[in-house]
Every structure is written in C-alpha cells, then in structure tokens.
Write a protein that binds this ligand. Structure first.
Ligand code: NAI
Length: 218
C-alpha cells in the first residue's frame, strides 16, 4: 500500500514521490555546484532515469515554482525543493548504539547540512559512554525516552545488534520520535501513524546483488 503524508499544510504526497524528490534534490545540488544554470525535465529525466512527466508531476506536488521560462532554473529548483520538502527546518536526531557503525556515523562529516543534526547518542555500555571522544552528548540507553522527549528529538538512528532493535524502537517511539532509520538487519514495527521507518539492510542488499549476478562468472 502506498503511504501518504502531509509535507506542507495543504498537500499529501505519496512516499515514492517523496523519495524521488529527495534524490532529485541531491541531483540539483550537484548540478548547481557544477554551475549548470538551467535544465529541462527531459534533461533531469536523462540524469535520473525517471520519465520526464513523473519529474514534472513530483515537482508539482510541492506547489508552484513560479515562472521558470524554458526548463527549470537550477538554483530556484533547489530552493523550491529544500523549502517545500521541509528540509529548511533542521531536525534534531539521535543515534542509538556507539559500536563500529554508530561511532563511524557520529564521526562522519558528510552528514552535516542535510536537514538534521545529531544532538544526542545512547549506548547501554557505560564504558563506551565514558571513553568515546565526541562533542555530542552521550547518555545511557535507559534514558532514551526522557532525553528524546526533553530535547524534542525527532529522528532516531538505530545501530544496535538486531535482537535489541525493536526494544530501542519502542523506547524512541515512547519518547515521541517521528522518524527512525534502522540499520540493524531486522524489521522493526511502530504503531500506525506518527512515526516513519526506513530500514537499511546492507547485507540484505548485497545478497540481492549477489543473487542478481547469480552463479555465472564474469
Ligand atoms: P557493534 O557490536 O560494534 O556495536 C553495537 C553497539 O550497540 C555496542 O556499542 C553496544 O554496546 C550497543 N548496544 C547493544 N545493545 C544495546 C541497547 N539495548 N541499547 C543501546 N545500545 C546497545 O555493532 P556494529 O558493527 O556497529 O553494527 C550495529 C548494527 O548495524 C548491527 O545490527 C549490525 O548487524 C548492523 N550492521 C553493521 C555493519 C557493519 O559493517 N558494522 C554493516 C551492516 C549492518
């Protein structure tokens, strides 16, 4: 079933369109950096692999972009996507699990300026909390509900072993979290409405690629 959610006060946009619009935002940011001033929907279609009419329809979900003449003015389109996708309002995020992956996420400079900021991190291992070198506030995981609520954190990243992922999701939801990125290789469930979940199963994705290649050697 295609889920819809309200992205502006007036429009409900299907989740697949949101996903495409976020990829388009990434593309136009790159095009702007490259100094490309304008692009038609056909050019955007060529670069994204999507049909031009899908791109036009997706953009129109976000309201009028104004008179752009022939094609889209790239900087105007970037601004339009940035504002109307709600990326302008920086959201606070938290990370649960300060192991190999969690520590790498916390240390990554590539996550800045993407519409969110990691404001807190949690782990159940007190030694880790005491030894990790980071400017971000760290807390024991039994404080998740309280801290998420007090700091009005809206996004959560789960980077704990699979058997603990659901318990962490439950705590994040109890704290009022609105979006969860789950990196643990197990699906998590959240009550309907109020919280969105994205799962990234790296091993599962590689398994799919391996199966696509099959037994035939290159
Ligand atoms: P790790 O074992 O290095 O770290 C897990 C961390 O979670 C530890 O710091 C541990 O103290 C903490 N933790 C355990 N239970 C907890 C709880 N209830 N509350 C709070 N913290 C808790 O694991 P790693 O490698 O960082 O992986 C994290 C997750 O990402 C795992 O589910 C793993 O399967 C998945 N993953 C890891 C990849 C990798 O390359 N390391 C690749 C793909 C997925």
């Amino acid at each position: 079933m295609v889920k819809y959610f309200t992205i502006t006060m007036k429009t409900s946009i299907p989740t697949p369109a949101i996903i495409r619009l976020c990829s388009l935002y990434q593309l136009v940011c790159r095009m702007e950096k490259e100094g490309i001033p304008r692009a038609s929907s056909t050019e955007l279609a060529r670069r994204t692999g999507l049909p031009a009419h899908t791109i036009r329809k997706d953009i129109s979900f976000l309201g009028e972009i104004g008179d752009t003449g022939a094609g889209y003015e790239i900087s105007r389109l970037r601004n339009h996507l940035f504002s109307n996708l709600g990326l302008k309002r920086e959201k606070k995020a938290c990370l649960v699990g300060l192991g190999r992956l969690g520590a790498a996420i916390l240390a990554s400079p590539n996550l800045a300026g993407e519409g969110f900021r990691i404001a807190a991190a949690f782990d159940s291992d007190v030694n880790k909390l005491e030894t990790i070198k980071t400017a971000i506030m760290v807390f024991p995981s039994h404080e998740i509900v309280d801290i998420v609520r007090k700091m009005t954190i809206e996004l959560g990243i789960i980077a704990v072993p699979a058997d603990h992922a659901q318990e962490i999701a439950d705590r994040l939801v109890a704290g009022g979290i609105r979006g969860i990125l789950n990196i643990a290789p197990t699906p998590i469930t959240v009550p309907a409405g109020g919280c969105f979940v994205r799962n990234i199963d790296i091993a599962g994705e590689l398994r799919i690629l391996s199966a696509m290649i099959g037994n035939k050697k290159a």
